[in-house]
Design a protein around this ligand. Sequence first.
Ligand code: CMC
Length: 431
Amino acid sequence: MAEQTGTAKLTIGDKELDLPMYSPTLGPDVIDITKLYAQGGVFTYDPGYTSTASCDSTITFIDGNKGELLHRGYPIDQLAMKSHYLEVCYLLLYGNLPLAAELEEFERTITRHTMIHEQMHMFFRGFRRDAHPMATMVGVVGAMSAFYHDSTDISDPRQREVASHRLIAKMPTIAAMAYKYSIGQPFIYPKNSLDYASNFLHMCFSVPAEDYEVNPILARAMDRIFTLHADHEQNASTSTVRLASSSGANPFACIAAGIACLWGPAHGGANQACLEMLKEIGSVDRIPEFLARAKDKNDPFRLMGFGHRVYKNTDPRATVLKQSADEVLELLGVEDNPLLQVAKELEQTALNDPYFIDKKLFPNVDFYSGIILEAMGFPTSMFTPIFALSRTVGWISQWKEQLSDPAHKIGRPRQLYMGEAQRDYTDVEER
Ligand code: CMC
């Protein structure tokens, strides 16, 4: 826990309270209100946690005004361009960039955990073929706790580590199996000679009759998408994982909870919703109509892939992805892809529109990722599962950090109760 660096004075009626303040390495100072109810008899009210730090953390920092994202201090654009996903996983989990031997050992460990228990294949077969792959993933990841009993004791640091490795290693296999099942193709086993991203592409696109030749440029783009989604501070799904874990739930149950939360269109589900929106817009001449709808208070339509709770400037992940989209489409010879044209024009028009300028709405990570994934051959229903597999390391790192803090306790928010005061029950014939 941070050292106290100041005091905030709060007056409630005739009571004056001194609340401790802490100064983070980066970001605004924080007022500690943990004793507020005991000392002042009041709660704070902050639905949506717009001004609440729910924990202290050393993993990820975001400056939303500057459009800056740091993992363990390293800027995301440097990591996306110079590092690769498994190295970033190591960084998030252990706090520092690995030495060559540490990286080699980590990659070997993850690679050796890529298969799932054979009996888990039956679970997939229990789902309807047309189930959304996210529905399948929530179920199968939750079910991991029924298979990997030797890594569910959260009080044992070694078991926590094994669970972390298993989740990072098996998530691409589970996501690829959910996809294969949904299209009626046989499951493809992982191939340990391939790197993490190539292996995922192999499991999604190979068939027993024909191997998929992984193009290294596409594998690089896939790896970059994984890296850009790896962690994002205390977002909704990460906070869900932390809250689930605060009760002492096992890691597989906690990550299943994170996947469920990620699915919503305001969070990870936005990548699917964004591509569907771009398709619905269809051509640049329809952009004004959709922009008008996005600005209309009486229309629930929002520009998907735009806006962010924290970023009030460009999402740095979107900048890298825009460049990746250009590279991938050029490689595939589809640089005149109409969706990319609509996306670029929509971005420019929105960025120059007073509504979006005033509300500081910029393209977020979901704006360009769908275009790349679709060009690679993924259906829109796979976009959010890919986000989930990428974010698993972030969830796991935050979960490990929470459990290793001796002061951690169950998360139990309070409320501003606006319901009926106490009243007496009346018999049905007297109502
Ligand atoms: N299109 C049109 N108007 C918008 C949009 C948008 N995409 N986003 C926010 N606004 C408006 C909103 O109507 C509100 O206007 P007013 O102040 O007049 O009521 C104002 O901007 C603030 O919006 P908010 O909903 O209070 O902001 P929030 O911080 O609660 O929501 C958000 C953030 C990401 C949920 C929201 O911007 C949104 O719904 N965006 C579209 C979905 C999306 O792309 N989500 C992915 C986020 S990034 C990846 C991830 O986190 O998973």
